[in-house]
Design a protein around this ligand. Structure first.
Ligand SMILES: Nc1nc2c(ncn2[C@@H]2O[C@H](COP(=O)(O)OP(=O)(O)OP(=O)(O)O)[C@@H](O)[C@H]2O)c(=O)[nH]1
Ligand SMILES: [Mg+2]
Ligand SMILES: [Zn+2]
Length: 323
């Protein structure tokens, strides 16, 4: 039977933090406890363009009825939103109010995907969120040269890039101080080691992990819901593996300005609306030809634009990711 929201004079409201939402309810932290809260009817229609009315990390107003039932009544203004947007479908807010994103990618197993990292960097730039590119499983490499080359492209752009291994502990103590406050979200493909990484920072978390499928070389989508976990003075947010990161809603020119390396050249293109693909006198393309922009970054950009105009995007498959 559908629970009815009762509003009695003995009801009280308080502020809470959403740790993990599902379609019907959310685990909310308030008054020192984690409480399962239903969504108040008034909330259900509040974000019609989103897959869920609330996201992990949301600050919410909770009404506690005299029966003890608790309802999420409203969402307080968000200071940041990390969201995936797929053409023709609703926006999926992965986490709200994050302070930084660990873009987690594996050096191998599953295969290293620098273009997915570039895509997530665009999403972080669009959200105004600092990113730490975290390359895991470096213990499995016999030759690090290809990874170091990719890492150097990003570090030259001013991104914080870390090589880590929860298996051997490499890079963990160096990264931990970055995460002491605020909300840190780990995002990336299934099987890259997000849950293993967060457990390395805080062993008591014991987050579920699973081996990568030998046959497919892919993760098994072990983590099924974005969830905040207490860590020092802040929170770590584990998220389900994503297969792609939809940027629908961003026009090519809006994507291009989120490429830090394109920014110095964009204003010198002959056309204001230059998409840096086929236009003549394009300063960005010239910068690539002169070695001022790395061709790998241009390749990432062109694939993003191709995905938006309906061309094949080789790194994403038809399934747009779990959750
Ligand atoms: N060799 C090695 N294996 C690792 C490392 N980190 C994680 N793994 C292994 O990689 C597999 C996947 O790790 P998970 O932490 O479950 O990956 P995940 O990104 O959370 O995956 P989903 O929850 O499916 O998105 C597990 O078998 C881990 O033991 C590492 O640094 N080195
Ligand atoms: Mg996981
Ligand atoms: Zn141009």
């Amino acid at each position: 039977m559908k629970p009815r929201r009762r509003t009695l004079s003995s009801d009280r409201t308080t502020e809470g933090l959403v740790l993990s939402p599902t379609a019907r309810h959310a685990k909310v932290f308030f008054d020192g406890n984690v409480v399962r809260c239903l969504y108040a009817n008034v909330l259900k229609d509040s974000a019609p363009l989103d897959t869920r009315p609330v996201a992990a990390g949301d600050r919410v107003v909770v009404r506690v009825a005299d029966t003890g039932d608790a309802f999420v009544e409203s969402v307080l203004p968000r200071k940041s939103v990390l969201a995936r947007q797929h053409a023709g479908s609703r926006r999926q807010v992965m986490v709200a109010n994050a302070d930084r994103v660990l873009i987690v990618t594996s050096a191998t197993e599953p295969i290293f995907l620098p273009r997915l990292v570039d895509r997530m960097l665009v999403a972080c730039e669009a959200a105004g969120l600092p990113a730490v590119i975290t390359i895991t499983k470096v213990d499995l490499l016999t030759d690090r040269s290809a990874i170091l080359e990719a890492a150097s492209i990003w570090s030259r752009l001013g991104y914080d890039v870390r090589l880590v291994s929860p298996r051997t502990g490499e890079g963990i103590d160096e990264l931990r101080p970055v995460l002491l406050e605020g909300i840190t979200v780990a995002a990336g493909q299934s099987g890259v080691g997000k849950s293993s990484l967060l457990t390395a920072f805080e062993p008591s978390l014991k987050l579920s992990t699973a081996t990568v499928s030998e046959h497919w070389g892919r993760g098994r989508h072990t983590t099924t819901a974005a969830t905040l976990h207490r860590f020092m003075a802040g929170w770590l947010c584990d998220t389900p593996g994503i297969r792609s990161f939809g940027l629908a809603g961003l026009a090519p020119t809006e994507i291009a300005v989120r490429f830090r390396d394109f920014q110095p050249f964009i204003d010198s293109c002959r056309f204001n609306s230059c998409t840096h693909v086929h236009e003549p006198e394009c300063a960005v393309k010239e910068a690539v030809a002169l070695g001022k922009v790395h061709p790998a970054r241009m390749d990432s950009y062109l694939r993003m634009i191709g995905a938006i105009t309906g061309d094949d995007e080789s790194e994403s498959d038809s399934n747009e990711g779990s959750d």
